[in-house]
Structure formats: structure tokens, C-alpha cells
Write a new protein. Sequence first.
Length: 201
Amino acid sequence: MQEIKFIENTHLKEKPKDQSKLGFGKIFTDYMFTMEYNSKEGWHNAQVRPYENLSFDPATTFIHYGQAFFEGMKAYNAVDGVRLFRPMDNFARATRSAERLAMPALDENLAMEGLKLLLKVEKDWIPTAPGTSLYIRPTMIATDNHLGVSTSSTYLYYVILSPSGAYYASGLAPVGIYVEDSYVRAVRGGIGFAKTGGNYA
């Protein structure tokens, strides 16, 4: 297992004081986990580093051809530490999305170690009020710079964290749905099972 580098953040944010007003996915913690991939080195350069903007060339593959996916899980505070629900199953699902999009399989063990270190560093960001959690958003994107329909040879995997309340303002109360009979997300042989942004668009 390769070593995960830690880069200290010297500009820490103020943590939310009122956990009843967290909303969902609007507040982000001080650190993120990243690792890179290329065909020669595989997954490498794993680090927990300050949360910051990412910079990309305008021709970056994921922007034009949608070679990207994301995942989601939650961390909870417990008397015996931080609790996650089947994180390795989540990483396995990420690998299935990657394979469907012709991306490299995630190094699931390295991803788990990176997540554990990130949560250890950010444990004070995990909210404690009922109905709250620390939302975890793993993401993989293709990072080659060229225009032309082909798979990328380089990728970035990153994880960001967001202290959050319920996804819907109504909490666990039933929500209305809209049934559509003209447009479909999933067809046989398609990518409906992959958590790629295009499915949500």
C-alpha cells in the first residue's frame, strides 16, 4: 500500500454553529482526498490536501465527452468513533461505473485508506444533530487534453465532504414524484446503472 501524503491547510474554515440549517451539499470541509492515474504508474500521488478549486484545460476530456462519474455515502458520529455503511460496496459500485465508462478500475483499498485518513482529519466536521451526517462525494474524471472521441489515458479521483441535513426539506416525509413516459434514463446495454452526470442531466 502506497503512502498517503498529508498537506496541511493553514486557512481553516469556521464550522457551522446551527446544524438545523446545514441544507444538503452547500458547505464543504477543509480537506479533500485526491489521487491520480496514468497508464504507466497506475493510481499514484495519493494525498489528503486542502479543499481548493481544481484547474483544467478547456479541452479536458471529461468536459467534452462525459467520461466522469461520482458516488455518495455518509459518515456518522458514534460513541465508538465514525460509522460508515458498507463503504467497500460503495467503492465496488464505483469500479463498475468506471468499467462501463472505459475508465480504470478504482484502487478500492487505497481509496478506503484515503477516506479513513480524510475522515480522521475532518472528524470535527461530522454533525451530531438528529437527521444530519457528513456526506461523502467520491468522483472520478478523465483529464487528458484533446478533442477527439477516445478514452483518456489520465484520470483524477477525488473525495470531498459536506456536513449536511436531509436531502429534502421535508426530511423523511413522503415526496411527490413525476412519472415520465416519453424520456428514459436506462435502456438495455446503456449506462443507466452508472452514476455518471449525464444520467442526472
